[in-house]
Write a protein that binds this ligand. Structure first.
Ligand SMILES: Cc1cc2nc3c(=O)[nH]c(=O)nc-3n(C[C@H](O)[C@H](O)[C@H](O)COP(=O)(O)O)c2cc1C
Length: 322
């Protein structure tokens, strides 16, 4: 389970940092892979409203969004947005990151592309503010809802803390640690209780990615499908992304996952896709099957469409029997 934290406070050891650390420590104890990014320490330019996201589904600004953040957002199973209240919303650098996700909004609502993993992913928010006003978190809640919707991620809720002002205040909070423990337990169990299906290929750049996308789409969240490569490519093949977009499935910014980061014991079924995949050992006896789908001879749209059709058919058969 990949968990991405967006830590919105400019204070390195402030209350938001503490909330996020508590969350991620607990998540790591469930076996999740955690990563936290801090927009304040990154090169993230504000949205310039160039509108290419709505016309072509791309953002032409070249910065850390393009090289890291879009891909991290796309590949996270759970995203945790953590923020202090700044004038009833999130701080400016975090807001810049959120605004730049108009790229995902454009792909979803203007180009009608769907995130294949939308039934499996989750979004959550942690927030704190100094005062005690009833409406203190309303701005953040709305921003979080719209942000997660643009990413096609179901928003699972939030934990919010009033009267938290100086660094260290949250540590003295009577329930914060316990609340976070409970929230992480619920979110992680919801994810891990789904039967896991792992597709393995040599590079995780084409066939296994198609299989994962179709399973997560057609099974509508009954399973958690993942894919991984023995020697993962740096990016998934662009023509794979294009051929899946014809089926309205958005694979742009999806990246191949290295097999050595995956705990195979947590999967009920492991499917080797291709005739060139050897993972050795007998650890997976009884749970492994091989889909002998050879690498396509050429990468013309017609050949890739045929491959896509074959993989979708096999996935539909699999859903019928499990
Ligand atoms: C620029 C700025 C704006 C703020 N606006 C609000 C506000 O509108 N309401 C509020 O209750 N607290 C506000 N605060 C206080 C912070 O939300 C509070 O101190 C929080 O604990 C800071 O979290 P941190 O330690 O993670 O940075 C503001 C603080 C700053 C620096």
């Amino acid at each position: 389970m990949n968990i991405l934290g967006l830590q919105g406070s400019p204070r390195k050891k402030g209350n938001t940092h503490e909330l996020m650390s508590l969350f991620m420590e607990k998540a790591a104890s469930h076996g999740a892979d955690t990563r936290v990014i801090t927009p304040h320490s990154m090169n993230i330019q504000p949205c310039k409203e160039l509108i290419l996201c709505e016309k072509k589904g791309i953002c032409p600004i070249k910065d850390d969004m393009d090289t890291q953040v879009y891909s991290l957002l796309k590949n996270a199973d759970l995203i945790v947005l953590a923020s202090p209240v700044f004038f009833y919303n999130v701080p400016a650098q975090l807001k810049a990151l959120i605004d730049r996700c108009q790229m995902f909004w454009g792909r979803k609502y203007k180009l009608n592309l769907m995130d294949p993993n939308r039934h499996v992913r989750q979004g959550f928010m942690l927030a704190c503010g100094a005062s005690g006003g009833k409406k203190l978190f309303e701005g953040l809640e709305l921003t979080a809802k719209i942000f997660f919707d643009a990413l096609s991620i179901p928003y699972k809720g939030s934990l919010t803390y009033r009267y938290v002002e100086n660094p260290g205040d949250i540590k003295a909070h009577p329930t914060a640690r316990q609340d976070i423990t409970q929230a992480v337990d619920t979110l992680c169990s919801e994810y891990f209780l789904k039967p896991g299906i792992l597709f393995i290929s040599a590079k995780d750049a084409c066939r296994s990615q198609m299989a994962k996308a179709f399973l997560n789409t057609h099974a509508e969240g009954r399973f958690r499908a993942l894919s991984a490569g023995i020697h993962p490519a740096a990016t998934i093949c662009e023509d794979t992304s294009a051929i899946m977009a014809e089926k309205d499935l958005d694979l742009k910014y999806t990246h191949p996952e290295p097999l050595d980061r995956i705990d195979m014991e947590r999967f009920e079924r492991v499917i080797l896709v291709g005739d060139d995949v050897n993972i050795g050992g007998d650890v997976l006896s009884g749970r492994t099957e091989i889909w002998k789908i050879p690498e396509p001879k050429d990468r013309s749209p017609a050949t890739l469409a045929k491959l896509r059709h074959e993989i979708e058919g096999r996935v539909l058969q699999l859903i019928d029997i499990i």
